[in-house]
Design a protein around this ligand. Structure first.
Ligand SMILES: [Zn+2]
Ligand SMILES: [Zn+2]
Length: 229
């Protein structure tokens, strides 16, 4: 059972996150200079969405790689949820909305606050809004990648690889769990895997049994697509 203090902290973080996001969106709207600006805003939003995937991957890699769950301070707060996720991948499908989004909002809110305080450009704001929204939704995307049933629009987004695809994410849960750390949309896994140089998942070797991920992986693999070879 989670304490009332934690619930209040997460609720406050989500409220603050959306208040800051609304201020940024209003500011961007006021600076609208016509349709010529639209391609740049869309390009910045796509860059922000991609960069969120990198941020999710680096955070995930760091927390899977360094420190222990018992490390004072950082251990119980940051490291444990990632290690627990490997012991019980499906556990996050039972988490509530605040538990899934509160920490992300807490992490991104200072960045949004700084951007509100120090305006730069509408194009930057568009990128930052997409980045923040993507990180807000990352744990939801990750949860859906482990869920045996998802709403139809979510299933469509997964199939189009607009959000984390379950079969692609299954690669991360195959031993030795050293690749495919990105969990927003998975677009940047190829680049990040090369940079981090993680040992390839054994799921990619022929003749091995089904990937060990969350709930009912053979069903998910059949439903979506086979992982990269
Ligand atoms: Zn992991
Ligand atoms: Zn996972």
């Amino acid at each position: 059972m989670r304490s009332r203090a934690i619930l209040l902290l997460e609720g406050g973080a989500v409220t603050l996150f959306f208040a800051l996001l609304a201020l940024l969106t209003l500011r961007m709207g006021r600076s609208w200079s016509g349709p010529d600006q639209l391609p740049w805003l869309l390009l910045a939003a796509a860059a922000g969405y991609s960069f969120a995937d990198v941020a999710s991957g680096l955070t995930h890699w760091f927390c899977d790689t360094f420190f222990e769950e018992t490390t004072p301070g950082i251990g119980p707060v940051l490291i444990r949820p990632f290690r627990e996720h490997h012991r019980d991948p499906a556990a996050m499908t039972r988490h509530g909305f605040l538990e899934l989004t509160g920490n992300s909002c807490l992490g991104v809110a200072p960045l949004l606050g700084f951007a509100v305080w120090r305006p730069w450009s509408p194009v930057f704001d568009a990128g930052l809004i997409a980045f923040a929204l993507a990180l807000f939704a990352t744990n939801l995307f990750h949860k859906w990648a482990h869920s045996s049933r998802v709403p139809r629009p979510v299933d469509w987004l997964q199939r189009c690889h607009l959000i984390l695809n379950p079969a692609r994410h299954a690669v991360h849960h195959a031993p030795p769990n050293r690749t495919a750390f990105c969990v927003t949309n998975g677009w940047m896994n190829g680049i990040l895997d090369r940079i981090l140089g993680g040992e390839k998942a054994r799921i990619q070797e022929p003749g091995l049994p089904e990937p060990p991920v969350g709930i009912d992986p053979p069903h998910l693999l059949a439903k979506h697509e086979a992982p990269d070879h």
